[in-house]
Structures are given as structure tokens and as C-alpha cells.
Design a protein around this ligand. Structure first.
Ligand code: ZN
Length: 122
């Protein structure tokens, strides 16, 4: 295995619950309405500091998908999965996107909110 390079970006973000490594920015959040076997999950357009496992075909509530599990690159814990391909036409929008399980990430948006102005309410 090569060295692990951890990226740290500016802004509201979601972090690994286990080691606090930044995994995704709130700006890249595509949907909060996902569910997985272990509970709620979020869909992201981009994630950072992850490594991915082997692609596999997986039957989900919304049909057959080609997915790969994704892992925090710092602590190696599984944090979600990525969609490589969707077989149903209505699910194609997920291709190339990433799901992080809500129970495995923490958001630091609360801390950040203290430092931005009230005009953010809308
Ligand atoms: Zn971690």
C-alpha cells in the first residue's frame, strides 16, 4: 500500500465518525433521502479521502446496481458505497455518485454555522 494523503477542504463538511477525517463537503450533498440496510444515508456528488473496494452487482430497493464499497482512507472503516452503474433508467442519475451512511459520519456544519452570517437563512 502507498502512503495515504489526506485532503482537507474549506467549508461545511462531513467527517468519518471513527477518526474525524474529512469525507465530503456539504456543497456536494445531492440527497438526504437515502436509506441503507443500517439506516439513513446521504448521496454525494464527490467524496474525498476514501478508497474503494471491488465492483459488484448488488440488488437494492431501487433495482440492480453495480456498486463498490468505499472506505475511509485513514482508518479503513467502511463508510458507504459508490454507484458505478445503474441498470434501471430511472436510477441513472446515481451513476458516479457516492453514498455515505449517516451512522458512520458526523457533520461539522454546526460548528461552522457560528461563523457565518444570519443572511444564510434562506
Ligand atoms: Zn476514518
Amino acid at each position: 500500500m502507498g502512503r495515504v494523503f489526506v485532503v482537507e477542504k474549506e467549508g461545511r463538511s462531513y467527517r468519518c465518525k471513527f477518526c474525524n477525517t474529512q469525507l465530503a463537503l456539504a456543497d456536494d450533498l445531492a440527497s438526504r433521502t437515502f436509506h441503507c440496510r443500517r439506516g439513513k444515508a446521504y448521496l454525494f456528488n464527490h467524496v474525498i479521502n476514501i478508497s474503494s473496494g471491488a465492483l459488484e452487482e448488488r440488488m437494492m430497493l431501487s433495482g440492480l446496481h453495480t456498486v463498490a464499497d468505499i472506505f475511509c482512507c485513514t482508518c479503513g472503516q467502511i463508510v458507504g458505497w459508490k454507484y458505478d452503474a445503474a441498470h434501471e433508467k430511472s436510477q441513472k442519475y446515481k451513476e458516479g455518485k457516492f453514498v455515505l451512511e449517516r451512522g458512520r459520519i458526523v457533520d461539522d456544519t454546526l460548528n461552522f454555522r457560528l461563523s457565518i452570517s444570519d443572511s444564510d437563512d434562506n
